[in-house]
Design a protein around this ligand. Structure first.
Ligand SMILES: [Zn+2]
Length: 446
């Protein structure tokens, strides 16, 4: 199908549906998927029966609130049980064409199966996001994401289906990736925010100016929060002279479930596929749109393994107001992982808040390491940073400035700020950086 490249929408009707019509479609799909899950997935049959709910109880979208939650643990406990695909799966193995698995960063990796239709709809959604950030068939695209098992790997097919020239970069060493960028002059790249930044720095150090010698116009970032932190996004944009767009994916659903548009005010979520709720992280109480809580997703169209009320572990809020871009699908604003949040003097602190401050400060490189520890049964945090080589201020002066900025932004100051020379922190790992070290020995899980 050839599309008008001047049309800003990939699927104009779907993307601009009046909310009432969008919610009507969501309700039809919700009824169907809840019934399908109940009739075909042993886990849902059991859990709905135990909760005393039936698929017929779904009369409005709000009725989903009567149904029980699931989470990562549910996935782990049920995978491999009864069959290879486990008790959350609702189709036989012969209907499955693809599985991805999570990284296992929070425990045993969980497997996510797709039917052919699930997979094709997944890729159509990815094409929509690529189109939304302005990718067109005349773009050259480098997919610099891990292809091994990871659900973000196949997203490159969405770019190919759109018609872009695709280079399956994967996790190439940076020297080879820079060679690809220089030789083939691609216009769009997708990688992690920390790597986009480090790659830009590496290019400069090896005599390549990304703004002059390369042709990257758009950078997609995902996998870490940086793309939603204005200061981080701008730092990457400054190095590359390119627009940066944040995408948000879940190994359990799609490589990207949500993506920024040109307004860069939150990420549009594919509401035709995902019903979003926000709940209080402590009580599970349902929150209103706009309130910050844990995001809970129900997949409306994935048949291989429907997720009914899946607690994502991500903290954010949803904004259902119409965006200036004209799209009607709601936008999510992600604040961080529930597991990464820590409480200091009764204040919820996300590492992303600290990152935002560090990236805005002059005279430091922007690299940082956060240590969370306890003293007298109270949480404390310390931040390690790097001073620019040409910064004439003393380490004490720099530490005092950063301490004051953190206190002003977050409300609680760090127990200490350690200043290293440029390059002194070992946080420049390829592709995904570890920047938070939790040294606590007491259980602070929430
Ligand atoms: Zn928009």
């Amino acid at each position: 199908m050839s599309r008008d490249i001047n049309n800003k929408f990939w699927d104009e009707e779907l993307e601009t549906l009046p909310r009432e019509e969008l919610e009507k479609r969501q309700l039809e799909d919700l009824k169907e998927i809840v019934k399908f899950a109940y009739e075909n997935a042993p886990y849902y049959k059991r859990s709905f029966d135990e909760a005393g709910v039936k698929p017929e109880d779904i009369k409005t979208l709000k009725d989903i609130q009567k149904f029980p939650f699931i989470n990562k643990k549910t996935q782990r406990d049920t995978q491999g049980v009864g069959s290879f695909l486990g008790e959350l799966a609702a189709v036989p193995e012969e209907d499955v064409v693809f599985i991805s698995t999570s990284s296992g960063s929070t425990g045993v990796p969980t497997m996510s199966p797709f039917t052919k239709k699930d997979f094709d709809e997944f890729q159509d959604t990815e094409s929509r996001w690529f189109w939304q950030i302005g990718m067109r068939p005349n773009d050259r695209y480098v997919h610099a994401l891990n292809f091994s098992l990871y659900v973000g790997g196949p997203d490159v097919i969405g770019a190919q289906n759109l018609g872009a020239l695709c280079i399956w970069g994967g996790t190439l060493p940076s020297e080879r990736l820079l060679f690809v960028l220089k030789t083939y002059q691609p216009t769009v790249i997708w990688t992690s925010p920390s790597y986009a930044w480090q790659l830009g720095e590496k290019a400069l150090k090896s005599g390549i100016d990304p703004k002059k010698d390369l042709n990257i116009k758009k950078i997609i970032v995902a996998g870490e929060l940086g793309g939603s932190i204005d200061a981080t996004r701008k730092a990457i944009e400054d190095i590359w002279g390119a627009e940066v767009y944040d995408f948000y994916g879940l190994s359990d659903i799609f490589g990207a479930c949500a993506a920024m548009c040109e307004a860069k005010d939150g990420l549009h979520i594919a509401e035709n596929h995902i019903l979003v709720e926000t709940i209080d992280i402590h009580t599970g109480e349902i929150l209103e749109p706009g309130q910050v809580g844990e995001l809970v997703f129900t997949t409306l169209r994935k048949h291989a393994r429907p997720l009914i009320r899946f607690r994502t572990g991500d903290i954010g809020r949803i904004d259902n107001t119409k965006c200036s871009c004209g799209r009607t699908h709601g936008r999510i604003h992600i604040l961080g992982r529930k597991d990464d949040m820590f409480i200091v003097s009764a204040v919820n602190v996300f590492p992303s808040d600290i990152e935002a401050v560090i990236r805005e400060q002059d005279g430091i490189t922007g690299e940082y390491l956060i240590r969370i520890f306890e003293r007298d049964f109270t949480n404390k945090y310390a931040v390690e940073i790097e001073k620019n080589a040409d910064n004439p201020k003393s380490d004490d002066e720099v530490a005092a400035e950063v301490t004051a900025a953190l206190k002003a932004r977050i409300g609680v100051k760090p127990a200490r700020v350690v200043v290293h020379p440029d390059g002194g922190l070992d946080t420049r790992s390829e592709h995904k950086s570890r920047r938070v070290i939790d040294e606590r020995t007491l259980d602070y899980s929430i």
